[in-house]
Write a protein that binds this ligand. Structure first.
Ligand code: 6PG
Length: 249
C-alpha cells in the first residue's frame, strides 16, 4: 500500500510521522517483542528524532527498540557528517538507549569491509533469509537519491554483484566519497517505509519521482516499492507544491 500524506508545515509533518512511528513501534513490540527500525541521515529527520526524544513520545517502550541505519558516510562515528552521530546526539543519548540496541554501520572501516560486516550483523539480528525491517526511514535528495542510492552509481545501475546483496559500498563520484547503503532489495523487504520530504527545493524532483517517467537510474527514489509492505510519503506543502491533484487528494 502506498500513501501520500501532505501537511501544511514541516512541523505538522514531523508530528504526524512521530505518532505513526510510535504506533508502528508499539504494534511491533506487542507482536514480536521488539521494534527494528532503520534511521535515515540528512537534515530532514533530525526534528523527528528530537520530537521522539521528548517526553511526548514516552508511550513507546524504548528499551525494546533496535536502531539500525539505512546508510552511512564513510567517516568515524563521532564525525559531524556521521548519520549515526546525528541520531546519537538527537535521540539515542537523550533516550538512554542501551548499546545492545544500537547497530551502527562501522563506517570507520574500509567501505567494503563495513558493508560486509553490516550485512552479517543484520543477518544475525533477523532470523529471516531476507530481513524485513518493521520500519525504514528515508529522505530524498534534490537529485532524487535516497539512502546512498545516488543517480548513475554502481549500486543503482543494477550491477549484478549487488543484486542479491543487502548492504553494499557505493562510490559517489559527485561527492568524491564512499558511502555504505542498504540495497533496494533490503529496503523493499520492509514492512513499512516512510519517506520524509520537506521544502520547496525538493518540489520539482518529487514531481519527477512520483509523476514522471520511470527513470530509476536517474531518480533512484523510484526504486523504492515495498514487496508487501506499506510506503508512506510524508510531505509538507512546499515539497508537494508541483504534484498533480491526483496525488494531493
Ligand atoms: C544521507 C541520507 C540521504 C538523505 C538525503 C536527503 O546520508 O545523507 O541518507 O539519503 O536522506 O540526502 O537529505 P536532507 O534530508 O538533508 O535533504
Amino acid at each position: 500500500m502506498k500513501k501520500i500524506l501532505i501537511y501544511h508545515s514541516q512541523e505538522e509533518m514531523i508530528r504526524s510521522a512521530a505518532g505513526h512511528f510510535i504506533s508502528t513501534g508499539s504494534a511491533a513490540i506487542d507482536e514480536q517483542g521488539q521494534f527494528n527500525v532503520a534511521l535515515a541521515g540528512g537534515s530532514t529527520p533530525t526534528p523527528l528524532y528530537e520530537y521522539l526524544a521528548d517526553k511526548k513520545a514516552d508511550d513507546l517502550n524504548w528499551s525494546k527498540v533496535h536502531f539500525f541505519w539505512g546508510d552511512e558516510r564513510s567517516v568515524p562515528p563521532d564525525h559531524p557528517e556521521s548519520n549515526f552521530n546525528q541520531a546519537n546526539l538527537s535521540l539515542l543519548i537523550p533516550r538512554t538507549i542501551q548499546k545492545e540496541n544500537i547497530h551502527r554501520i562501522k563506517a570507520e572501516l574500509p567501505p567494503a569491509d563495513a558493508a560486509r560486516h553490516y550485512q552479517e550483523e543484520i543477518q544475525a539480528s533477523f532470523q529471516q533469509k531476507l530481513p524485513s525491517f518493521d520500519l525504514i526511514l528515508l529522505g530524498m535528495g534534490n537529485d532524487g537519491h535516497t539512502a546512498s542510492l545516488f543517480p548513475e552509481t554502481e549500486l543503482v545501475n543494477g550491477d549484478v554483484s549487488n543484486q542479491n546483496r543487502l548492504v553494499a559500498p557505493n562510490w559517489v563520484p559527485k561527492l568524491e566519497s564512499w558511502r555504505i547503503s542498504f540495497t533496494p532489495r533490503l529496503i523493499n523487504a520492509a514492512q513499512n517505509i516512510y519517506f520524509l520530504v520537506s521544502g520547496q527545493s525538493k518540489a520539482n524532483t518529487l514531481k519527477l519521482v512520483l509523476e514522471g517517467p520511470a527513470l530509476p537510474h536517474r531518480y533512484p527514489s523510484q526504486l523504492i516499492s515495498p514487496d508487501q509492505g506499506n510506503l508512506f510519503w510524508y510531505l509538507d506543502e512546499e515539497a508537494a507544491a508541483e504534484l498533480s491533484d491526483v496525488n494531493r487528494s
